[in-house]
Design a binder for this molecule. Structure first.
Ligand code: PSU
Ligand code: MN
Length: 304
């Protein structure tokens, strides 16, 4: 039954069936997280980096209603260029599938589809989280609930300070989601290596991390993990500079009444505009860094 809804690229399918390393990649970052043409260039390069590090890349999206695992260049191009690709999180899946629409999958939706396909490791830029002022808006990304329930390890560069990082970490604790720092004691804040918040556990190698992930799932502790991989030093942005830009973007979002699923894409493009493209440059570099780690992690996991 499930198979009627799925379309897995043959290369990815055979890698999964043979227990070879595979890395899932999301598509909201392509359609809604970065401008054209940088989005497509980045998506292609990310796949290349995953391969260079020993794993098969599987970018995930919904195409004509099919949960699609592994995209070709034309499909990446469509996701990056077309204006009517819906941002698809968990609640959107049934309708995008039933109406045979195209959807770009968020972290939550990508985790769901990766888990259905049998992929354990996923690389992205940043996860969604508890937004600032969530006390009033209730704006908490469905990504967090997915991390609580779906068995996929998510490599990210932490959470952006467009979010309330402290509340995001509290939420993850309540849901029993391990938050790991790769080579760091601090949870990274996307554009910067530090957020002022500690991680639960620090690991310094992919092999060490793979063992803990295996233990979690062997023990049937359902759900994912957040692996915070700090942006490389050379691409890190100045704290004050980026936080000022973010605050400005937040004010503008508020005055324009931006709400719901539009919030994250709006803030990302505003921050890019305010920083004259510097935030995009960092964003791209940290995604590459995450793809590298995720590939190496999936290689280690496939050995266990
Ligand atoms: N953070 C980024 N870039 C992104 C996103 C988050 O730096 O593109 C996307 C991811 O797909 C994430 C989603 O899952 O935004 C979260 O959206 P929301 O807050 O509406 O759940
Ligand atoms: Mn939201």
């Amino acid at each position: 039954m499930l198979n009627n809804y799925l379309s897995i690229k043959p290369e990815v399918d055979s890698a999964i069936k043979n227990g070879l390393p595979v890395v899932a990649l999301e598509s909201t970052i392509i359609s809604h997280g970065m401008p054209y043409p940088e989005n497509i260039k980045t998506a292609v390069e990310v796949e290349k980096i995953v391969r260079e590090n020993g794993a098969v890349p599987a970018t995930i999206a919904i195409l004509n209603g099919k949960l699609t695992v592994g995209l070709n260049e034309d499909e990446l191009e469509l996701l990056g260029k077309s204006k009517d690709i819906v941002k698809a999180s968990r609640r959107d899946l049934p309708f995008i599938v039933a109406k045979k629409m195209n959807g770009a999958t968020t972290v939550a939706a990508t985790m769901i589809i990766a888990a259905i396909a049998g992929i354990k490791v996923f690389a992205t830029g940043g996860i969604g989280g508890v937004h600032r002022q969530a006390q009033e808006t209730f704006d908490i990304s469905a990504d967090l609930q997915e991390l609580a329930n779906t068995n996929v390890a998510v490599v990210c560069a932490g959470a952006k300070s467009i979010l309330d990082i402290g509340l995001t970490l509290e939420y993850l604790e309540t849901q029993g989601v391990p938050v790991v720092g790769f080579g760091t004691d601090e949870f990274p804040a996307f554009y910067t290596r530090k957020s002022g918040f500690k991680v639960d556990y620090r690991v310094d190698s992919e092999a060490e991390l793979a063992k803990a992930i295996k233990a979690k799932w062997d023990l049937q502790l359902k759900g994912g993990l957040v692996i915070g991989n700090p942006i490389p030093y050379e691409y890190e942005m100045n704290h004050e500079y980026i936080n000022k830009a973010i605050n400005k973007a937040l004010l503008e979002a508020e005055s324009r009444g931006i709400r719901g699923k539009e919030t994250t894409p709006f803030l990302l493009s505003k921050v890019k505009e305010i920083t004259e493209g510097k935030s995009l440059e960092s964003n791209i570099k940290l995604v590459y860094n995450n793809a590298r780690l995720a590939a190496k992690l999936s290689v280690e996991l496939s050995k266990l």
